[in-house]
Design a protein around this ligand. Structure first.
Ligand code: PLP
Length: 379
């Protein structure tokens, strides 16, 4: 069996054609394609504004800045995420405060949030792990009660819904990633959505140094002096990235359907196998089907991980919890044992290939190898 890649993107000939048109034009940076992408993306998510940026990390950072989070503030988030989530909090000058996750889903445990709130708490960043939306109704209630901002890290969850609520709808902003292995991708890229016009305006300035005119203004109209009312960053999405994303948004449900089908096949084939646990998709949730993970016995995880790779299957680990990474241990004094549920997932989890062009035979091969390796390591 030839190598089964961990991920393959779904950029097609029409996307390449649209990209070619941008490259043959004179205008490469933030302009018409970015605007078209932003309109499509906001419409898909059922919100009013989308702001294209260069990464989800940038989206999180700018959201925190725009919402006034900075030095002396604390932001509650989950240790079961990519380190970008909490790094952005540190970049904003604030301190991440972790709360353990639910055993069933790996998402932040909303019932543990209140006890982590202090007078310094300014915001909550829930992460919709693997594509399953957190309990946003409960988190929204808590945020209202304590006057906290909500920034959703929706890097896994563009397509997700829970009880009829889409990502971003119960938050100040939601942040998205178009990194190379995400559900839709431009290699690198990101976006912020919000329903508030004035916040969107501020984010648009903050993504380009805090100046009040974009390059497209200077290109399409006569030169006008610009001013810089705010100190911003250099995080603006360009037309090259946007050109790749437009078609993928148009095909987003078609791509989701293919992943959903493969996910069901994995669940059906792996259900009830001794030594494997699959996280639960809760009732009322439309899962974005971003990462398919299995939990295997902790002591055997690494061996199984190496064996899958030896047998030509691409794998990943999402995630070893953030608080146990060297920088976090050393800067904040975290030790093993403080977030036991996240740590348990971190010791047991393996992510398997999941993408629209993955074939059913490949899923069946992966399942067979996984069963063999589980059996082999039991004895
Ligand atoms: C990928 C990812 C990010 C970071 O996205 P970038 O676009 O690479 O900055 C943040 N949070 C989560 C949960 C992610 O998976």
């Amino acid at each position: 069996m030839k190598k089964i890649e961990f991920f393959r993107h779904s950029i097609d000939e029409r996307d390449i054609e649209r990209l070619g048109n941008v490259l043959r034009s004179i205008f490469l940076t933030t302009g018409a394609e970015v605007e078209e992408f932003e309109k499509l993306f906001a419409r898909y998510l059922g919100t009013s504004h989308a702001v294209g940026v260069t990464s989800c990390t940038a989206a999180l950072h700018l959201s925190l800045i725009a919402l006034g989070v900075g030095p002396g503030d604390e932001v509650i988030t989950t240790p079961m995420s990519f380190c970008a989530t909490s790094n952005a909090i540190i970049h904003a000058g604030a301190e991440p405060v972790f709360v353990d996750v639910e055993e069933e889903t790996g998402n932040i445990n909303a019932e543990l949030i209140e006890q982590a709130i202090t007078r310094k708490t300014k915001a909550i960043i829930p992460v919709h792990l693997y594509g399953q939306m957190c309990d946003m109704k409960r988190i929204h209630e808590i945020a209202r009660q304590y006057n906290l901002r909500i920034i959703e890290d929706a890097a896994h969850a563009i397509e997700s819904e829970r009880d009829g609520i889409r990502v971003g709808q119960l938050a100040d902003t939601a942040c998205f990633s178009f990194y190379a292995t995400k559900n839709i991708t431009s290699g690198e890229g990101g976006a912020i959505t919000t329903s508030e016009g004035s916040l969107a305006e501020q984010l648009r300035m903050l993504r380009l140094h805090g100046i009040d005119r974009g390059a497209a203004d200077r290109y399409t109209r006569k030169y006008q002096h610009w001013d810089m009312p705010l100190l911003g960053w250099k995080y603006n999405m360009d037309n090259i990235q946007a050109a790749l994303l437009i078609g993928q948004i148009e095909r987003i449900e078609e791509l989701w359907n293919k992943r959903d089908h493969l996910w069901q096949l994995y669940e059906q084939e792996l259900g009830g196998i001794k030594g494997i646990r699959i996280l639960t998709t809760l009732p009322g949730v439309k899962h974005a089907r971003h990462l398919f993970t299995v939990l295997v016995p902790a002591g055997r995880r690494d061996r199984i991980l190496w064996r899958l790779q030896e047998r030509n299957i691409g794998v990943a680990v999402n995630y070893r919890p953030i608080h146990l990474l060297k920088y976090y241990r050393e800067s904040f004094g975290y030790r093993e044992g403080v977030f036991p549920v996240a740590e348990e997932i971190g010791r047991r989890t393996i992510s398997l290939p999941l993408y629209p062009s993955l074939r059913e035979e490949e899923v069946l091969y992966i399942v067979r190898v996984l069963k063999e390796e589980l059996g082999a390591t039991t004895g």
